[in-house]
Structures are given as C-alpha cells and as structure tokens.
Design a protein around this ligand. Structure first.
Ligand code: 5AD
Ligand code: SF4
Length: 588
C-alpha cells in the first residue's frame, strides 16, 4: 500500500471511532539500536550478492520526504483494480517488494481464526515470490501468528521468541539474515512493547495488516524494524483466496466476518481484532463453490460472531427485512439495520452442494432468530450442531461479564433450540473464577452444566486482560480457587457429556471419514453430524452408492457407523456401508 494510502486510511479510521483508530507504522534503523545483533543487518557478502541493499539502505535513511506525500496528495490515488499492480512506495522498488525465493516458516497459535489468517498471510506472500518451508532450519523468515486471549497464550509466544533468538544469533553470515515477525492479536495488543523487549523481532503485523507483509519484510531486509498495526473498518480479505496450510481431503474453513462489537467485559478480542465487518456474500459463495469443485465435503463458516453476519456492501441490501435477537437477549451496541443476514447466507451456502456439510463457529447466543433455527432443521447438509457459549450459569456474573442475557433467558433459548431442532448437539464455553464470582455463582454454573448436558465443552480459568473488567472490576479470585473451580466444572462436564454421548449407543450415525485414527493404524476416524469423533475398524464394507461393490472407506467418504460404545469425547462403532449425505440420515 502506498504510504499516503496508509495515512489516509488511518485518518479515516480515526474519524470513525476509537476501536478503529490505531494507526501505527514504525521504522527504526538497526544502527540506532546497538543491541540488535549484527546479523540483523545483511552480511557484506549478502550486500554484494544483491547489489541493491546499499542503495536501498541509503534511500531508507532519508525515507520518503514530505514532498513525496504532497506530490501524491495533489493527484488522489485511484483504487487499483485487483488485476493492476499497486505502485510501490517511492523509496521501495517493485523488486525490493519481492520475496526472491526467500523461505518462510509460519507457526500458528490460538483459534481457528488464526489458522485461517495464516492461510491468508501465506497467500499474500506466495504471490510476492516467497517460498514456503516446513523446516525451521531452512527458513529465511519466521512468522508467528499469535494469540492474546489468555495470559498463557502470550507467555508461550515469549518463550518461543527466546528459542528463536538463539537461532537468529547462530545464523551463518554466509546466509541471508534471518527475519522474525509477530503477526496477529499479540502484535496488535502489545505493539511497540514487543519490539522493545525483543530486539530480534523484525516485523509486526496486526490482523488487518497482512496485505502489507511484503513491504514490511522489504523494510526489514535492511535491518530496520517495521510495523503495521492499523485496524480497519472494512478489511475482510474477501479477494484473497486462502492457501490451505494443511490441505485436508475433507474440510475447509471459510472466513465470513471479522472482529467483534460485543465488548464482553473479560474479552480482548474487540481490541485485537477491531470492529465487526462482514465479507460480501458473493465472494463467500464463490469460495465455497471452488471448494466444492475441489471435492471438499465440509465447510465451516468462520468468524468471531458468525451469526451476527451482516453484508451491507450494496445499498439495496439495506432494505432487507430485519431479523430479531433471540428472546430475552440484548446488545451492548446500538441496534444495526438492514444488510443481508446470516440466515440468508446459510441458505445460499447450503444450496451449493447437497453433499457438502455446513458448520459455523463461533456464534453468539443473541443472534439465533427463528429463521436460522428453521433452516438448520430443514436442510440435510447443515449440521445439527450449535455452539452456544454461556460463560457462566449465574445471572449476576453474566451481568458483570456484560453478556446481555440472564441464566433464565439462556435456558429458555436452549429449550427453544431443542424444540426447533430435535436431536441437536450442543457445545459451550465457560469461564471459571471471573471477578467477584462467589461459591454460589460457581455452583450455578455447575448446575447449568448438569441441566443442559452439553456434548462438547471448552472450559477456562479467568485470565485477566486489559479490558473493561481490568479497569472496573477486581480480579479477586485466588489462582488456586480458579483452578479448583475449573477442575470441578471439567469433572461435571465430562460426566454429563458421557451420559449425552451414551445415548448414541445402538444408533447408526452418518460419519464423514477424515483418515486413519491417531491411536490405531487399523482404525479410521471421522465425525458425526454433531461433530463428535467416531472411531471404527478399517474393514471392507458394502458401497451402497455403487450397486453393492465391496470397498474400504477413504477420506471424504460418507459412511454409516453403528455405535457400540461412547465416552465423554468419542464414539466407537462398526462401519455398515458407504453412502451419500442426501441418501442417508442417522437413526436409532
Ligand atoms: N479469560 C479466560 N477465558 C476467556 N475467554 C475469553 N476471554 C477470556 C479470558 N480473559 C474464553 C471465552 C470465549 C473463549 C473463546 O475464550 O470462554 O468464549
Ligand atoms: Fe483468536 Fe481470540 Fe486468540 Fe485472537 S485472541 S487469536 S481471535 S482466540
């Protein structure tokens, strides 16, 4: 992106609101920081090899002048179409923005959103001429896609940086200097602190700055640190086709929206990932169609609040009929109007390929209008599985968390979902030991786990972050109490999940085969509609799609499995036949 564009975009963000207002681009010379290892600057051999660094470095030393900005400002830059190449900034040549076969090693931490971001970042770098390596020792650039959700996630990255430091300092001078970058939530949250604490970090790129990676790396080439942590109001990477990091024969994740406007008091996500924005429906449908043509059998629609999806990209969408919040739920933000909503998207996506399973994660309980529930019930290929993060079973704690619902409203929603989608599988997230949580509040969470009996659960001890709770509440539950309560929640969750999963014993489940089981070479592993892992022996079976031929199951096949045993996390059974999604359903 042209620097002027960055500046203009930053100004636009500043005008629009505090969450989108972080504009931060940073350049430093390595000479100014003597603690930067000398290997951070290209070796003399390297300088001669390229013949460009010296010139580049001297131009960078002076940088773009104010005149550069004024010159460009007098002629407003036109938005380049996707087929046009953007002009490089005046102090970088097109050549310097290229990867020139440098090898990139990408390491992903955190949620599925980060896995998808890794694919986006790689897609951008690949187009710029970088190569990918899965061998750390071979890498010229190491990029960590980071997570900030809990303190532990960040500590893992700091530890990793210490290991990488020695790798960087031991780098042979005959090789190009190793560059290290921090991408994603931690870059966004800690910004300069990372560059100050770890001088060996060369680049920082926030979740909305991946398009800038080639420029940041080009700047880093000269031994300078470079950062872009600008948050955007509209970046969805709609035109970047993610390159699947671990290509699977069966499933893919498709990002449909980014960011979060909910501002739950414990959560860092609105600060690291910015405001909610949705990708245009047309580009999502195009990506899903491509995946279907490639033969993929499962797509998971991805976003921080998938079911708050609202495509406002065209004026006429603003006349779309509005949908309601779930009964008894409220928002922390002003009501939004118009746009194509999640029900519309789900309807369109599920029509693309009747043999393709559709899932979505992670939703917020407030956005489950009847249209969505009806669609999940009606469509064979939309999985009957809903993640409904509760966080706590106590209305008092829910209020402190600013979740916008009471325990009663949540339980009523669960009943409504179960009536609307018989056999639905439910999962949830819970936090133990939030600010001010009493023993009584904790017992209410235990009782909610018993009452709902979730099939899948994600349970965490509260980790204080610099959020609203940090500023207004007291993190007053001792660590050992948090951990004891967490253990209790895990125990109760497991007991209830085992009971829920045992109800499958004797039933036949439609399973999408993923591949060999990790535990046994003679077993295969797949998932049922409710996303539970199903293990079964890899034996010959009848192919009901091909007049009774005897075949072995392959990844991407649908098979019917009769369930013979169940635990809190897995079902086991024996395979009956190969089938198709539209011809078979689970039965008891
Ligand atoms: N501490 C512990 N868990 C958290 N989560 C979000 N923020 C925190 C925090 N500060 C959990 C919530 C959320 C899930 C993705 O992570 O349960 O749903
Ligand atoms: Fe994902 Fe949230 Fe971690 Fe960011 S902070 S990587 S959005 S889990």
């Amino acid at each position: 992106m042209h620097p002027l564009q960055c500046v203009l975009r930053a100004q636009r963000c500043l005008r629009r609101g505090p969450l989108a207002s972080v504009s931060w681009l940073l350049l430093r010379t390595c000479r100014a920081h003597s603690s930067v290892p000398s290997s951070a600057c290209p070796s003399p051999e390297r300088q001669q090899e390229d013949g460009v660094w010296k010139d580049f470095s001297s131009r960078l030393a002076t940088g773009p002048t104010f005149q550069d900005f004024l010159r460009s400002a007098s002629v407003p830059p036109e938005q380049p179409s996707s087929s046009e190449v953007e002009d490089p900034p005046p102090y970088l040549t097109v050549d310097e923005l290229l990867g020139r076969q440098r090898r990139v090693y990408l390491e992903t931490y955190g949620c599925q959103m980060n896995v998808n971001d890794t694919e986006i970042a790689w897609s951008i770098l690949q187009k710029s001429g970088y190569l990918r390596t899965s061998n750390l020792q071979e890498a010229d650039v190491i990029l960590l896609v980071t997570c900030s959700i809990r303190g532990k996630a960040e500590q893992t990255i700091w530890n990793r940086l210490h290991q990488l430091k020695s790798l960087k300092s031991k780098r042979l001078r005959s090789r190009v200097p190793l560059r290290i970058g921090i991408l994603g939530c931690m870059a966004e949250r800690l910004k300069e602190e990372i560059l100050n604490r770890e001088k060996m970090v060369d680049i920082l790129a926030g979740p909305d700055a991946y398009r800038d990676l080639p420029r940041l790396l080009a700047v880093a080439e000269s031994g300078q640190q470079a950062a872009n942590v600008l948050l955007s109001l509209d970046e969805t990477y709609a035109d970047v086709m993610p390159v699947q990091t671990s290509p699977s024969a069966t499933s893919a994740f498709v990002s449909i929206m980014r960011g979060c406007d909910n501002m739950c008091s414990y959560c860092i996500v609105p600060f690291t990932r910015g405001r909610e924005r949705s990708r245009p429906v047309a580009s999502i449908l195009e990506e899903v169609r491509k995946l279907s043509e490639q033969g993929l059998k499962e797509v998971t629609l991805l976003g921080q609040n998938v079911n708050s999806f609202r495509d406002n990209s065209e004026v006429q969408f603003n006349n779309a009929v509005s949908t309601n919040l779930s009964r008894g739920f409220s928002t922390n933000y002003k009501a939004k109007q118009g746009g194509l909503r999640f029900a519309h998207l789900l309807d369109q996506v599920s029509r693309i390929d009747p043999e393709m399973r559709i899932r979505f994660t992670s939703p917020h309980p407030k956005d489950f209008p009847d249209e969505v529930l009806q669609l999940i019930h009606e469509r064979d290929n939309i999985c009957k599985q809903i993640h409904l993060p509760a966080q706590s079973g106590s209305s008092r704690v829910l209020e402190a968390m600013r979740r916008g619902y009471s325990r009663e409203a949540y339980v009523e929603l669960i009943q409504h979902i179960r009536e609307s989608i018989p056999g639905v599988s439910l999962s949830s997230d819970f936090i133990a030991g939030f600010c001010g949580e009493t023993e009584e509040d904790h017992l209410q969470t235990v009782s909610l786990l018993r009452e709902v009996r979730y099939n899948i659960g994600f349970l965490f001890a509260y980790s204080m972050r610099q959020t609203r709770a940090y500023h207004r509440l007291k993190d007053d539950i001792p660590e050992e109490v948090k951990l004891r309560r967490l253990e209790e929640l895990i125990t109760v969750f497991r007991e209830e999940a085992t009971k829920a999963n045992k109800s499958f014993v004797g039933c036949t489940q439609l399973v999408l085969v993923e591949g060999p089981s990790k535990r046994s070479a003679t077993d295969l592993c797949g998932r049922n509609d409710g996303n539970l892992k199903v293990i079964f022996a890899d034996v010959e079976m009848e192919d009901a799609t091909d007049s009774g031929l005897r075949v072995r199951a392959q990844p991407g096949d649908y098979v019917l499995v009769k369930i013979t045993s169940a635990s809190s996390q897995t079902l086991k059974g024996h395979v009956l036949c190969k089938t198709t999604l539209k011809d078979s359903t689970a039965y008891c």
